[in-house]
Design a protein around this ligand. Structure first.
Ligand SMILES: [Fe+2]
Length: 309
């Protein structure tokens, strides 16, 4: 196979502005809202927190902010959100987006009155046309805790599929304020951070734009993977990939699919970055299966790399 061209994704301007920003929620259209909510209740312990106008549901844990928005429709990514805990973070993002020519809308349609307070927030279209939310701190009582075999600790990252990784990375790094932790040498996969975690967002070339590649929840430790793989099997959910360990991020992983075919990851041990103490240079991994899965390079049918092992 011909060696793919090397492509170094640049960091400019606002890169690294965000240091305390995490994923917040994600919204899907699914053919059967009730069945999908039932699945996430049985498998991940997510409970219905609010009914949305038009029959949609918001799911979450405890009394905290919601994790999933489900509305009826053909399977699609509707929006994805971030909680910005950086001082003046939402304001800063708004100014940078506006200066770069993006249309910023106030965030109003995703919060149910009284559920999470009224965080300041904005909605904007990412370069692929998907709505992304940035909002200020919300209450998260009931989250950041695990019942080790039955519910994860928290929603941890979103990985978007795109036909133009460089354009999406330029938006999130140069305008919004993320930083590149790792990329594949061919520029077809980039992992971006906005807090101490190696990535809260990743972008992978899947040949089309505006789609979700997968999203991921944290487990506490390796021991939990055994419990989860056994329980997924018990409830009739196939383990679709792994267990394995990613090179970029060094995190342990296992994947399964929800009823709409969305790839869901469970992960632990993600590498931490300490930008307040050390200067990092984005790293470039060989675009080979054994980079994506250190343990032998086994890949699922939906993941390809441009080099072989
Ligand atoms: Fe992931």
């Amino acid at each position: 196979m011909e060696k793919p061209a090397r492509m170094i994704l640049p960091e400019r301007d606002a890169a690294g502005t965000l240091r305390q920003t995490a994923v917040s929620h994600i919204g899907f259209a699914v053919p059967d809202v009730e069945a999908t909510a039932d699945f996430y209740g049985r498998v991940l312990g997510l409970l219905v927190q609010h009914e949305l106008p038009g029959g949609g549901l918001q799911l979450g844990w405890g009394t905290g902010h919601h994790v999933l928005d489900l509305v009826k429709g053909d399977p699609a990514l509707r929006h994805y959100g971030f909680e910005v805990r950086d001082a003046d973070g939402v304001e800063g993002i708004s100014k940078r987006l506006t200066a770069a020519g993006h249309t910023v809308e106030p965030l109003s349609d995703i919060f149910v009155d009284g559920a999470v307070g009224s965080p300041a927030g904005l909605a904007v279209s990412d370069p692929d046309g998907t709505t992304v939310h940035f909002h200020s701190t919300v209450e998260r009582q009931g989250e950041n805790a695990a019942d080790p075999g039955r519910r994860p600790i928290k929603f941890q990252h979103t990985t978007l599929g795109s036909a133009d990784v460089a354009r999406m990375v330029a938006f999130f790094v140069d305008v919004v304020g993320f930083r590149i932790s790792d990329q594949l040498e061919d520029g077809r996969f980039a992992w971006l951070r906005s807090n101490r975690d190696h990535h809260t967002l990743a972008i992978v070339n899947v040949g089309r734009s505006g789609v979700l590649d997968h999203y991921s929840y944290d487990l506490a430790e390796w021991e939990d993977f055994k419990t989860w793989c056994d329980r997924l099997t018990d409830v009739g959910v196939d383990v679709a990939w792994g267990p394995g360990r990613h090179g970029p991020g060094n995190n342990l992983f296992v994947f399964f699919d929800d009823p709409a075919g969305t790839h869901v990851e469970l992960s632990a041990e993600m590498e931490k970055f300490h930008d307040d103490r050390v200067t990092y240079v984005p790293r470039q991994w060989r675009p080979a299966p054994s980079s994506v899965n250190l343990w032998g390079g086994q890949l699922p049918s939906w993941r390809k790399t441009s080099e072989e092992n």
